[in-house]
Write a protein that binds this ligand. Structure first.
Ligand code: DAH
Length: 345
């Protein structure tokens, strides 16, 4: 076989194999087999030494030409295959955006929080602002400034959890009243929502951690009629137009006169049922005219100003508003209970 034939054979063989190659790796194997250090064409180039000196340039040129030609063919085959592989990969990775997705489960506002927000919104719409205070409170604000000195028997009713003789978990949101009076001048019109704590046993209507929303209004000429008006607006906003509100005379050291305020039971509409212990009424808050002693202790001139205050039990309102049979459901975090409040959100 002549040298030319041999070279033609190498070229034709390679071009044929490149046509059949299915991946880039195969192309690289062919490259090594022909152009590599031990490749066929490299082998032929090495035989140049056995040629006559005058034959060498033409021979070398021919081999180099072929080498360039084959290199181009190999590169182009490699590129084509690479593109094909990429196209196949992209095709395999295609997302079908018409497949329905997995919906993340949405949380919902806890009924206690919605009740708290609804209460706060009602008073904010009447011009009140929101004030807050610490849950770990000083005896001074929780009791002393509210006319409950150390030996006062009314302290017993509050089942206080103490950290030390002067530091406690606030038993009501009323200390925020005292803090506000000490830091603001009248007119004052605030609501203070928050957590409160007492050493109570857990049952259907009690929990050691509960929530209240305090209210305080102080200005010149504020009367008990203003208190009744504010609470009547609150009750209708919360429970609807047909709810009835009743004031019962009561005692709190920080108000004089004081009242306990009931609304008609939502379960029996006032007829009497186990939820309202047969009375038709459920107590939702305590209220009264701020005791002038408290005003004076908190730096407000009781000769010039009067005020009213109230403390709403948020769990009580939530239980009524949503007709929940047992307050414990609000704290147990049973998803089956809570999901009922997430519908349509
Ligand atoms: N702090 C009282 C309690 O927790 C509730 C209360 C009664 C708050 C009368 C008031 C008030 O502001 O005027 O039992």
């Amino acid at each position: 076989m002549t040298m030319q034939n041999r070279l033609d054979e190498i070229r034709d063989g390679l071009l044929q194999k490149l046509k059949e190659a299915t991946d880039k790796q195969h192309v690289e194997q062919l490259r090594t087999a022909i152009l590599g250090r031990k490749g066929e064409l490299t082998g032929i180039l090495r035989t140049m030494g056995s040629l006559k000196p005058e034959e060498r340039p033409a021979f070398g040129q021919k081999i180099n030409q072929l080498r360039n030609e084959l290199e181009q063919a190999l590169d182009s085959a490699a590129r084509t295959l690479e593109e094909k592989e990429k196209a196949a990969r992209l095709k395999a990775e295609t997302l079908d955006i018409s497949i329905p997705g997995t919906r993340p489960e949405l949380g919902a506002e806890h009924p206690l929080i919605s009740t708290m927000n609804a209460i706060v919104d009602t008073f904010v719409s009447m011009g009140y602002s929101v004030a807050e205070g610490p849950e770990i409170e000083l005896d001074h604000y929780n009791f002393e400034l509210l006319n409950l000195p150390k030996d006062h028997p009314a302290r017993d009713a509050q089942d206080t959890l103490y950290f030390s003789p002067n530091i406690l978990l606030r038993t009501h949101t009323s200390p925020v009243q005292a803090r506000t009076m000490l830091s603001q001048k009248p007119p004052i019109r605030i609501v203070c929502p928050g957590r409160t704590y007492r050493a109570d046993e857990v049952d259907a209507t009690h929990s050691p951690a509960f929530s209240q929303c305090e209210g305080l209004v102080i200005d010149e000429g504020v009367t008990m009629a203003d208190l009744k008006g504010a609470l009547a607006s609150f009750a209708t906003a919360m429970f609807g137009e047909d709810v009835k509100v009743r004031f019962r005379p009561s005692f709190f050291p920080f108000t004089e006169p004081s009242a306990e305020v009931d609304v008609t039971c939502s379960a029996c509409k006032g007829k009497g049922c186990p939820k309202c212990k047969g009375t038709g009424w459920i107590e939702v808050l305590g209220a009264g005219m701020v005791n002038p002693k408290v005003l004076d202790m908190c730096g407000i001139d009781s000769k010039k100003y009067t005020g009213f205050a109230f403390g709403i039990g948020i769990e009580r309102v939530a239980v009524l508003k949503y007709n929940i049979p047992d307050m414990r459901l609000l704290f147990e975090n049973d998803a089956r209970f809570l999901q009922q409040f997430g519908k349509g959100r």
